[in-house]
Every structure is written in structure tokens, then in C-alpha cells.
Ligand binder design. Structure first.
Ligand SMILES: [Fe+2]
Ligand SMILES: [Fe+2]
Ligand SMILES: [Fe+2]
Length: 413
């Protein structure tokens, strides 16, 4: 397994764009919560290690939410029913060696202070989790108020009053006090609006410089995000992982280097990140999509690129992910590249995506037989859509490819 030269903070922060897309209309919720929580932590003079954990736990705090329905429920300020997204998110983080320290913050990010107080947890976790809870509720109030009043300053005092009213019950007194202090200025609120564009985030990334990370550790983290994509629709359960394993297998058959194969596997896991922007009701629709719905779905490969392009060291991954619906005759999207412009890796991913769709059950058809799968792939190759060489390789190693796509090789859960 090869090593990747990446800045872990940059990877997490960029991929969290995908989490923020789940809410569709509430883009950058995670980033604003991180901003509010970190500003409170800084004002309280927390040490840099705690601030770092707080910031990234806040960025990822809703990683257990994968559909817009749950997200909508969480936008009710007083709402008690938060589902199991805290447990799910904490569980996802617990399994990653590099992120396990964030897990408890996420587990308790909707637990009121009166309950948290009596739990057997470190002070850092109690304060950190409660700080994220308060920051989350502040942002929910902001989002709700923006629906009727576009100028955030008009709602500032009302939001501060609502948070103050929860002091001692939902939130620890000291945290509320510090929030009231820092949120007295207009600049606090105006910076929050700009948080995704400002240099704010950049300063956090610098705490953690570029370093070598093992493929397996990086994949571990990326699986969090591919699980979120796969969980979005029942039809796509383990879909990304299947594409990843098959793409790697095909890459090995073409004798690509180990590093290229590692990148192919990561591309498979990440290629459909942009799908998180598509509303659930379109993804679950059993009938044919309308033209307008199709346009919404069609932008997903470009959106995947938009997220991945921000990660230094992921240039190839971003490019191949962007091209997973391109066709060798130039009839694909979003660039209309042809076989002269598509690398072998992009052509492998395109075939793996089609094959993975064929082996999945769909609401509108039964499971296909191996013969029918192969027939379909060959027809698409003959018609100039899929790369003939890749389809031929898949046919030659059909059983191995099918096993790879069905994850029989075993993959981390
Ligand atoms: Fe939450
Ligand atoms: Fe949240
Ligand atoms: Fe796709």
C-alpha cells in the first residue's frame, strides 16, 4: 500500500462540504458551527489540542445524518427528536484510528448540560460537546431567522436571548456567558456569514501540515464520506465501495502502479459525493425523472469535482471522479471528453460505475443474469460509449470482477 502526502485537516474540511450538502438549503452548517464553537473555545483560552479537536468535531458533528428528512427535523430549535444521528456519527468516527478522539464530542452534541454533568466523561469532552451543541443551536436559529429576514443583524438580539434562556439547562453557564460576550459585536455575525470563504478556515489547516499518511488510514477516513453517500438511498447501499473495489481490481489487471490503483480505489469511494446534493425524493423516485429532475441529478459529477479539487494531492482523484459519466465517443457529461482525452483510469471508473449499476437491484427491474450484464456492457462498448479494452478485460476476468464489485474481497465497515 502506498503513502499519500496530504494535509489531514484539508481532507476533512473539504470532504465536509459533502456533509453540508445533505441539508441542500443549509449549506455550510458544519463550518459555521465549527466557527462559533471555536470562537467560544478561543475566548475561554482552551489549549490548542482541545481547540483543534473541537473545531474538527464541530465540522463533522452531523456526519451521522445522511438524508434530508432527518436534517429537516434538526432545524427545529426546541425539537427533542434528533433520531440516532449522534450515535451513528460517533460510531463512524470511533472506527478511524486518526479520528477516534472526536467520537465522544459527536456522541454528546445534543445532550443537555444537566444530563452531561453527571456522566463519567473528561472535562474536555463535556465542555467541548456542550459547546458544539450550543453552536449548533445558534446556527439553527440563524438559519430559521434568515428565512424571513435576510439581514442577520436584525435577528442577533433575539437569538442571543433564546440562547441565554437555556443557560444552566441545555448549556453550561460559562459557555453561555462567553457566547453572549463574543456575539455582542456585529463582526461576529458577519464573519459567520462569510466563514466558508474567509481565511478563517485556513488558519486551522496550518496547525496540521502536510504529512505522509498510509493509504489504509486515508481510506478509513474516506469511508466515512462514502458511507454517507451510500446511505442516502437504499438503492445505492455499498455502491461506492463496490465501484472502488472493482476499479482497483481492473487497475491491477491493467498493471497500473500500486499508487495509481490506490487512487483508483479512493476515486471509486468518492466519485458520487455530489449526489448528496440531490434531494432524497428524486433519488427514491421509482418512475422516470422529469427533465428538470434529471438536470438536478446530472450536475452531481461536477459537484464531486468541486469538492475534491480543493484537496492538495487529490488532483487525479478529482479529475477521474469528475469524468465518471464521460463516454469515449464524447456523448457523456459534464465535459463531453472523448477517448483521446480520457485516461485509462477515467475509462476504468466509467465501466466500473456502469457494471456496479447493473449488478444492483433496481426498483424497475429484476436482478440481471451474468450473461445479460455482459451483453449490456458489450453493447455499450460497441456503441462507442464504454472503452472496448476495459470491457474486454472485464469479460476475460468476469468472475473476479463480479466478486470485486460484490465486495467479496472484504472491505472495512
Ligand atoms: Fe446534530
Ligand atoms: Fe447540526
Ligand atoms: Fe454518478
Amino acid at each position: 500500500m502506498s503513502k499519500f502526502n496530504v494535509n489531514l485537516h484539508e481532507v476533512i474540511f473539504s470532504l465536509s462540504d459533502a456533509l453540508d450538502l445533505v441539508g441542500v438549503d443549509q449549506i455550510y452548517h458544519g463550518k459555521r458551527v465549527a466557527y462559533i464553537a471555536a470562537e467560544c473555545g478561543i475566548a475561554l483560552n482552551w489549549d490548542i489540542k482541545l481547540l483543534d479537536d473541537l473545531f474538527f468535531a464541530a465540522v463533522l458533528h452531523d456526519c451521522g445524518v445522511s438524508n434530508t428528512a432527518i436534517h429537516t427535523r434538526l432545524t427545529n430549535f426546541e425539537g427533542k427528536n434528533v433520531g440516532n444521528h449522534c450515535d451513528k456519527g460517533a460510531d463512524l468516527l470511533q472506527k478511524r484510528s486518526l479520528l477516534a478522539s472526536l467520537s465522544e464530542y459527536v456522541l454528546y452534541h445534543h445532550t443537555p448540560w444537566t444530563e452531561l454533568l453527571n456522566l463519567d466523561l473528561s472535562e474536555a469532552v463535556k465542555f467541548g460537546a456542550n459547546c458544539i451543541y450550543m453552536a449548533d443551536r445558534v446556527d439553527i436559529l440563524v438559519l430559521n431567522s434568515l428565512q424571513t429576514e435576510p439581514n442577520i443583524l436584525a435577528s442577533k438580539e433575539q437569538i442571543r436571548r433564546k440562547i441565554k434562556a437555556k443557560a444552566g439547562r441545555w448549556f453550561q453557564y460559562e459557555l453561555v456567558d462567553i457566547f453572549l460576550k463574543i456575539s455582542a459585536s456585529e463582526a461576529f455575525w458577519l464573519s459567520m456569514e462569510q466563514v466558508q470563504h474567509s481565511g478563517y478556515v485556513h488558519s486551522w489547516m496550518q496547525h496540521n501540515s502536510t504529512r505522509e499518511i498510509d493509504f489504509q488510514d486515508l481510506k478509513d477516513i474516506i469511508l466515512i464520506f462514502s458511507h454517507i453517500v451510500d446511505a442516502k438511498s437504499n438503492y445505492t447501499a455499498q455502491y461506492s465501495e463496490g465501484v472502488a473495489t472493482l476499479s482497483r481490481y481492473l487497475g491491477e489487471l491493467f498493471q497500473l502502479s500500486e499508487h495509481q490503483c490506490d487512487k483508483l480505489e479512493l476515486t471509486g469511494l468518492l466519485h458520487d459525493l455530489g449526489m448528496l446534493r440531490v434531494p432524497d425524493k428524486i433519488l427514491a423516485k421509482p418512475d422516470k425523472l422529469t427533465q428538470a429532475e434529471y438536470f438536478i441529478v446530472q450536475r452531481h459529477s461536477f459537484d464531486s469535482y468541486e469538492i475534491l479539487k480543493n484537496i492538495t494531492g487529490f488532483e487525479d482523484i478529482a479529475r477521474w471522479a469528475a469524468q465518471h459519466h464521460e463516454r469515449v465517443d464524447g456523448s457523456g457529461y459534464p465535459y463531453h471528453y472523448n477517448d483521446q482525452q480520457l485516461s485509462i483510469e477515467a475509462r476504468i471508473i466509467a465501466v466500473a460505475v456502469v457494471f456496479q449499476a447493473l449488478i444492483q437491484k433496481r426498483p424497475y427491474r429484476d436482478k440481471l443474469s451474468p450473461q445479460d450484464m455482459m451483453l449490456e456492457l458489450k453493447q455499450q462498448a460497441e456503441a462507442g460509449k464504454l472503452d472496448k479494452g476495459v470491457v474486454l478485460m472485464l469479460e476475460k476476468h468476469f468472475t473476479g470482477c463480479l466478486q470485486a464489485a460484490q465486495l467479496l474481497g472484504g472491505i472495512i465497515q
